[in-house]
Design a protein around this ligand. Structure first.
Ligand code: NAD
Ligand code: DAU
Length: 359
């Protein structure tokens, strides 16, 4: 048996593909366009594994996807491919519309054609799992209850709007055509192979480089953090036992303000790799201009997946963040190869002259 994964060279997709062989002998066909966020180094440990087939290409490329589906006859498609960075979506929304909306539409069309041609057990067992985000639900006030699967969609950034549109398309393909879809809406992930444009890896990398640690606005925005391997186990569980057409929120009950996250990363680095001048890393914290339209708070109510599918995260925030900081310390070659790419241009575009005060 085979599954087709899209975006499996990115942060979450590569963790998913790397973890897959531990629980399955099924082949993974990994289709990834290798945008700036796709990194084949993430998959180096699978280089000699014949059950991992990497294909460089666009998930919106009809000819390619049709050919992959016909050749490999997957029993499931897991869709990670996306533009994923909110700040980039503010600077340039078009790629987000093309990839997250138009790309997902083409993928759905091609999967619908393939599924329509299946018969019997193969048709009944087929699943299309769409990996989405809690950001589609918008922003919570301090005392609002956490997002459930029935919350209204109120996306606030071009990124979250494009993900919301893709979720709606997935839903519509189930209701209109009967495509057996599953959707997961997860909170903020962190862990190995996280591209250092996102908060946690950026802080780890900048701290060690002696650079400012840029905190947007007052740093009191709240995110709900989940270790990436726990997100991957949730996706496997939903693929295995989720009810067709259902949505599952995935989260770790770990709401934290950004400034607390940055302080935690600094404290771990103080312990694991102290600054040579003996000063604490938190001295590098710098408040910068806030993100336009910045969502104040996300929080996931994960009771549905816990109660209906028996899924629970394995890591606490404390254990997961320690593993994560240690991973970055143990993998300097991965970090320096990422930093020597186009990432540097992005950093100067985003943070150019926005530093306004040192903490
Ligand atoms: P990422 O940006 O690290 O990786 C995205 C991957 O998709 C990259 O490898 C990229 O090359 C690939 N890709 C982009 N466009 C493509 C295309 N047209 N065809 C094929 N491949 C393409 O993203 P991530 O953080 O790993 O997120 C994966 C998915 O999970 C996304 O759909 C994202 O919206 C969702 N998600 C992310 C988080 C998070 O905290 N990172 C949380 C919830 C949901
Ligand atoms: O909630 C799930 C989402 O989490 C995913 O759908 C997105 O793909 C993923 O990128 C992430 O979005 P966020 O915008 O929450 O993540 P990011 O790491 O960019 O930012 C986390 C918080 O930290 C956010 O409130 C903005 C803030 N921040 C971020 C950066 C990069 C800073 O204060 N400074 C920074 O330099």
């Amino acid at each position: 048996m085979t599954i087709l994964v899209t975006g499996g060279a990115g942060f979450i997709g590569s963790n998913f593909v790397l973890d897959w062989p531990a629980g399955s002998t099924e082949t993974v066909v990994n289709l990834d366009k290798l945008t700036y966020a796709g990194n084949l180094e993430n998959l180096a440990s699978l280089a000699s594994n014949p059950s991992h087939i990497f294909v460089k290409g666009d998930f919106g490329d009809t000819a390619l996807v049709k050919q992959l589906l016909a050749t490999h006859q997957p029993r499931a498609v897991v869709n990670f491919a996306a533009e994923s960075h909110v700040d980039r979506s503010i600077h340039g929304p078009e790629d987000f519309i093309q990839t997250n909306i138009v790309g997902t539409f083409h993928l759905l069309e091609n999967v619908r054609g393939y599924w329509g041609g299946l018969e019997g057990d193969a048709k009944a067992a087929f699943r299309f799992l769409h990996v989405s985000t809690d950001e589609v639900y918008g922003s919570l006030a301090k005392t609002d209850p956490a997002f459930t699967e029935t919350n209204r969609y109120e996306p606030n950034s071009p990124y979250s709007a494009s993900k919301a549109a893709s979720d709606h398309l997935v839903r519509a393909y189930h209701h209109t055509y009967g495509l057996p879809v599953l959707t997961t809406n997860c909170s903020n992930n962190y862990g190995p192979f996280h591209f250092p444009e996102k908060l946690i890896p950026l802080m780890i990398v900048n701290a060690q480089a002696g650079k400012p640690l840029p905190v947007y606005g007052d740093g009191q925005q709240v995110r709900d953090w989940l270790y990436v391997k726990d997100h991957c186990s949730a996706i496997r569980r939903v693929l295995e036992a989720g009810a067709v057409g259902e949505v599952y929120n995935v989260g770790g009950w770990n709401e934290k303000p950004n400034l607390d996250i940055v302080h935690t990363v600094c404290a771990l680095l103080d312990e694991l790799k102290p600054r040579t001048d003996g000063k604490p890393y938190k001295e590098q914290i710098t408040y910068v201009t806030d993100r336009p339209g910045h969502d104040r708070r996300y929080a996931i109510d994960a009771r549905k997946i816990e109660q209906q599918l028996g899924w629970k995260p394995a890591e606490t925030f404390e254990s997961g963040i320690r593993k994560t900081v240690q991973w970055y310390l143990d993998n300097p070659a991965w970090v320096s190869n990422v930093l020597s790419g186009g990432y540097r241009d992005w950093v100067s575009k985003q943070y150019g002259n926005t530093a306004k005060a040192a903490a």
